[in-house]
Ligand binder design. Sequence first.
Ligand code: SAH
Length: 349
Amino acid sequence: MNKRSIYGLTMDEWEDFVVTNGQPKFRAAQIFDWLYVKQVASFDEMLNVPKALKALMTNVFDFTTFEVVRHQEASDGTHKFLFRLPDKNTIETVLMKHAYGLSICVTTQIGCRIGCSFCASTIGGLVRNLEAGEIVGQVVHVARALQVRIGHVVVMGIGEPFENYGALTNFIHIINHDKGLNIGARHITVSTSGIVPKIYEFADDHKQVSLAISLHAPNDHLRTTIMKINRAYPLSDLMKAVRYYLKETKRRITFEYILMKDVNDLDEYAYQLAKLIKGMNCHVNLIPMNAVAELGLSRSSKSQVMRFKEILEKEKVNVTVRREMGANIDAACGQLRATERARQRDKAN
Ligand code: SAH
């Protein structure tokens, strides 16, 4: 039987586990401290946990050791890890250095089934969901490997987090807990391609966590051509869910918009976008597209990016252009995993 990742339990679940096994509740906080404050890598190191309990834990849980297949560091301080999981699947995790501190970008699924036309993560489809412990494990492994404190998390790695909602929820509870990694809810951002029913759930369940929507087009016709998810959840439904989120959480929402040359970067789309989100408490993040060799799309010119931004500003939209990080190490959007899979294929042939 496969053991469960030790990083997959919330504090409540640890309390249940220790109490069920005849131990006082405070053991849960001790275990949390070993896992997330001291960040030990084995059961043996948990000095104040009784031997009998450790033996039980060893039977049930696994430390989910990730093998580091590749670790690259870019000149801007971005670190990119390609990890191999015990079942041989690979996942990628990126650490970015900002003025406000370190931010980690985590993966939630092995592959993805959403099928956006510009995204490398979707090539090859979905293999499986990650467990909560495998998502938390990325944060712990990177923090431990580099001996750093990570203050911000973006759920923008491979996968659609709202298609793995249960694991995402546990992940948030675990990394947010003040006796553990203590990453503030407002410092966690989840990005979705727009799975409408889950936006409502998220607004109800995670009021303090930031939400970003991968919009990428201001009308249904265009959005459906580049994101087929728009057929299931068209813009009218998406915007209704966004309004619900804004009303329930009183937070600001982010719209991500990758600029693709001659696809969605025309002036008229900037005007349409401004109209679509008019009056919302929101921010638009324009993303210079990372070209993915297999996908045949290219990025907008610098001048068109600036022009798009200026139109939005003129229309009173809050807008920024995403700073590019780690470009020289394939740090974008499933590229490292894709490159590695291509390498494996080449080796096999
Ligand atoms: N599935 C979720 C989260 C992962 S993608 C989502 O769609 O939001 C994180 C962000 O990277 C999304 O905004 C996504 O659209 C963007 N992205 C995907 N491929 C990209 C590419 N080739 N260049 C730039 N950004 C890309």
